[in-house]
Ligand binder design. Sequence first.
Ligand code: WTA
Length: 635
Amino acid sequence: MTKHIVTSQVEYDLAYKASIENPEKFWGEFAEQEFTWHKKWDKVLDYDLYTPEIKWFEGAKLNITENCIDRHLATRGEQTAIIFEANDPKEDPLHITYNELAKNVNKTANMLKANGAKKGDRICLYMPMTPELAYAVLACARIGAIHSVVFAGFSAKSLSDRIMDAKCNIVVTADGGYRGNKITPLKGIVDEALMSCDCVEKVIVLNRTNSKIAMEYGRDIWWQDEFAKASDVCPAEVMDAEDILFILYTSGSTGKPKGMVHTCGGYMVYANYSFRNVFQYQEGDIYWCTADIGWITGHSYIVYGPLCAGATTVMFEGVPSYPDMGRFWEIVEKHKVNIFYTAPTAIRSLATCDMNLVTKHDLSSLKTLGTVGEPINLEAWEWYDEHIGKKNCPIVDTWWQTETGGIMISSLAGVTKDIPTYATLPLPGIQPCLMDDNGKEITSAEAEGRLCIKHPWPSMARTIYGNHQRYAETYFSTFPGNYFTGDGARRDTEGNYRITGRVDDIVIVSGHNLGTAEIENAINEHTLVAESAVVGYPHDVKGNSIYAYVTLKDVRSESSEVSIENEIRDLVSRTLGPICKPEKIQFTTGLPKTRSGKIMRRILRKIAEGDTSNLGDISTLLNPECVEEVIQGKV
Ligand code: WTA
């Protein structure tokens, strides 16, 4: 029988081969061995990548929380499940055991039920990174409600769009969230968001910061009051493998965010599988992923993957810069973290700091490092390897997406080779391929093209909530029969992949995916703006930053341009959140367009990058003369 959790290159090769030759056998065996099911599936996989329709473990019955919690209680009830490190380093950390986790999740589940939550309801979680967020996620899963976690840095408008899109009936939030020396007024933002939502009946508010907030009678209730009343016994709802587990929104290239839908069975299987293989988690290891649960990385690799594997997972409430830029390393030392998983943008910003902030901490507990979210540049990789890993820790560069649910391409720590700036090899079960501009698969070993996946894997998103047509068009129409990732990649002769970045209108700023169309829409709301185009340009720390070209309705004097510039930043920040604010704004009298009126973002991107050597043929443009003006006006 195939060894699924591999511990050597040879085992990896065997597992990979087995997974390609017979995917159903491969995943069927793993699912059967490793999880608690109420009923086994009728069929491992049923799919059609053209419609597209994908079903894994159809007919099976399960609850993911029984796999993440209950089944561990007999053997590791007193083991720590979650270590909570608060924003304030002086606040005592919490060590929450699996027994305590079970009780707290059950109480939270009963609290939700007492407030009207039922199987299939959508519940929005807009919360700080406290253990209650993990309880709420798992409590939803416990009762079969669908969680939609919205990152607590999003604006009221973004929050209300997401609540409305999923028609959530309950919002769980906190009075405020600590972030460094600031408090984000979460409840205030929820109140503003709910002014334009008619679907929400209850708001459950965790008191985290003792902030003064308004409570709406009949709608708003305190978490602490309700939680205290709730029983700590709550039987798990028995779910179909293909029932929805959660919705998570990600930026789209046409403006409106996409609610990616993940289902119970396949997601559980692959979150567990990828967590154990990539990080090579061993009994007793302390594992820390620095992401926020508001992103997919937090879903799969703070909550579901680690807990399903019976691991100890660290949750950090704060930011890397508070009280100083040594905070991450202080936490590694304090909790003797063995496996550390973060983003290139964090590494780049920490690498520019005083080295004393690193060297004064004992990092000898570390044995594996990971990175995720965007391509990691060589300099950052080497700094991470030398100063954090002391050249003694494998670095897993994990490529994946909200849509993929789990890590797709990555080295496996200490098992397969890591190569700086390469995500390297696909995990067993994952079949990547590269496509050329004509939509043909490039079969030569060494190649560069657009990255697709040609066979389903268990944790792939099944649809976009409420819009299957958009799901089909976005991911399955460019290269029919294949899932298109939106990324470009290069492959070497040994089959290692290097991700070169997005090939669509998504820009990754500090690890956050931003849709340029959404930012343009926000800018265009300004009464004086006629038109705008937003592109990304390389930034030393953030990876990319936002550059906005703006055409105004009237020709203004320079002084008023300065104030319009501030107003635009403010507008974007209020509409979408501060992370979307354009770093550079250039006013121009025109934007280069094709004869059919399409803005040539390719040209604008090159100009913003400062590379005007090869703009291609601009003579076919509607207004070639404006290109020179745009180049001259670069900011
Ligand atoms: C990018 C995050 C290069 C990529 C898990 C992808 C990466 C997008 C890597 C998904 C990596 C993620 N190397 N690029 N290791 N990991 N990306 O949905 O462009 O927030 O398409 O999921 O991030 O971002 P998302």
